[in-house]
Design a protein around this ligand. Structure first.
Ligand SMILES: C[S@@+](CC[C@H](N)C(=O)[O-])C[C@H]1O[C@@H](n2cnc3c(N)ncnc32)[C@H](O)[C@@H]1O
Length: 197
């Protein structure tokens, strides 16, 4: 019962406050705790559709900042001028081309809320999670500035340890955080990575 109350309250709050998804509150909580995104930052958002992370990030970075979102699905247009989106598969995206298109050297911060389609077959799902994490990590290694921060959704499965270890090779610090806006029945957690090497 309690779990559904949490779902309903964040769902209703998102509708009322004009956010496209309840995920907005997960990112807001992470931002309140870690303060990783700053005014004027350039931010890369992987798996951005329908766009609630984009909405939150856009308001933090302000008019001089940029948030660039990528999703395999279309992202319905958002009005803010500092939001740019591209429909693309992260496995097939060369982030250096994106940076060059934006005339940027590197992003200050990256977020990744991608969830692979889960089949319920453990080995298949774990392989999908790991493959996707590989593509995402490559993107972040190539696209994030030294010292930059990265927030990535992961899952409490057999894959978490391996993914955390890979992130630890690329970042000075990796912490695990479960926002209260994340359903307690969900195995999702966020890995908060700071100090890109
Ligand atoms: C939980 S949703 C993201 C919600 C978003 N953070 C928001 O606040 O609106 C996960 C997204 O990951 C996207 N996704 C899954 N696989 C992807 C891939 N290979 N490349 C790009 N996006 C992908 C899905 O299309 C989906 O829109």
């Amino acid at each position: 019962m309690g779990k559904f109350v949490v779902k309903d309250s964040f769902y209703n709050k998102a509708k009322k406050e004009g956010f496209r998804a309840r995920s907005a509150y997960k990112l807001k909580e992470i931002q309140d705790k870690y303060r990783l995104i700053k005014k004027d930052d350039t931010v890369l958002d992987l798996g951005c559709s329908p766009g609630s992370f984009l909405q939150v990030i856009s308001s933090i970075v302000g008019e001089q900042g940029i948030v660039f979102g990528i999703d395999i699905l279309p992202t319905p247009k958002l009005a803010s001028k500092n939001i740019i989106t591209r429909e693309a598969d992260i496995n097939k995206t060369d982030i250096r081309t994106v940076l060059s298109d934006l005339s940027l050297a590197a992003f200050d911060v990256a977020t990744c809320d991608i969830a692979p389609n889960l089949s319920g077959i453990r080995d298949v799902d774990n392989a999908n999670i790991e493959n996707l994490a590989g593509a995402v990590l490559k993107t972040v290694r190539e696209g994030l500035k030294p010292g930059g921060s990265f927030i990535i959704k992961s899952f409490f499965t057999d894959t978490l340890k391996g993914i955390t270890e890979e992130l630890q090779k690329a970042f000075q610090k990796v912490s695990v955080y479960k926002p209260t806006a994340s359903r307690s029945v969900s195995s999702e957690v966020y890995l908060i990575c700071t100090g890109k090497k």
